[in-house]
Design a binder for this molecule. Sequence first.
Ligand code: CMC
Length: 395
Amino acid sequence: TGMVALDPGFTNTASTTSEITYIDGEVGILRYRGYPIAELARSSTFTEVAYLLINGELPDAETFERFKRRIARHRLLHEDFRSFFTSFPSSGHPMAILQAGIAGLATYYEDTLNPHDPYERELATVLLLSKVPTMVSYIARRAIGLPLMYPDPRRGYVEDFLHMTFGMPYQSFDIDPSVIRALDMLLILHADHEQNCSTSTVRLVGSSDANMYASVAAGVGALSGPLHGGANEAVLRMLDRIQNDGMTTDEFVRKVKNKEDGVRLMGFGHRVYKSYDPRAALVKATAHDVLARLGSADGDRKLEIAMELEEVALNDEYFVSRNLYPNVDFYTGLIYQAMGFPTTMFTPLFALGRLPGWIAQYREMISDPAKRIGRPRQVYTGQIERHYVAMHRRE
Ligand code: CMC
């Protein structure tokens, strides 16, 4: 047997080179294509960041207009999808339905499946960016029986998504521009994070030359887990539990430290960040703003609990010695809830944000001259060799 290095969880194994996203976890730096995340969050838009991640450069005005127009034009979903979504139980988790819907796009756009054809690859990119927000909003509406709202290409990307999710056919859409801006910024913060679990999944699936829809759908599956994107939903359930059980934050933190029933402080800790997650700092500031504007008494109480948890944890030896800080998921749920999203839609919002990153990483992978199919090795620890025993002879 050849020498094989064992690295469970890939804590120390680089699977690729990449020019897309840079993280320095020791000091809490995150940059997309060299641009600091705080600058992009403050000054850019989600569509511009999508262009940047995918193409490597900020667009000039004309290029950006063309890019936006193309994405706006393809936002309609095939009418079949109206019944596609009703073939699932209405209580079915939106992440499961989203994964199926994205994989299903491959059946409608068969002339966009060849990842090595630049024209087809470009079209698949545009179709995914265009149709996923429509899909996410259809899933949200269908879960509660509200009429599905068609996209409107005259609206901006995030505004139209909010309109499809919260608008009504019989009234004009009146939404606070600061809410559009806040969601736009949150999507920017989620847009890429180098070789995390879902992105590595997208690359691994795509390394077999599987089409972009199949690869991104696999990424959605990876993202759904509570240790990854599912953490934003889990954080809100945790805050609910603390609030409803009348537990103090000290009591809850004690449970976490004693590892009672395997409870973790959700929204805390990160494989790469060993200091404050720079995204969490931006999200926390936004949570204050959005709740001040839209806040309900319930949301305010939950924000208080969250800040108390952070305070207790950041002063506790258990968390300090393990370098556990709030991550991007710790405060996002509070904002989504204040905006009116049901808890089960939180992780689909993460997926919507991560979409440009998955696409950019897929494209980088597929165009890499050094690309080979992803195929990890193993260290076998099972039986060496034994021989079949007939049923009647088995002890
Ligand atoms: N609460 C309590 N203890 C924790 C936590 C936590 N949230 N995170 C890590 N630990 C402890 C863990 O028990 C271990 O301690 P010990 O050595 O005594 O067993 C130590 O810290 C190292 O943890 P690990 O599980 O080896 O770390 P990892 O790098 O494998 O896992 C993580 C990273 C993000 C999965 C983990 O920190 C976690 O489960 N956090 C909660 C879930 C969460 O918020 N996930 C979102 C991550 S950020 C955005 C995203 O990717 O979606």
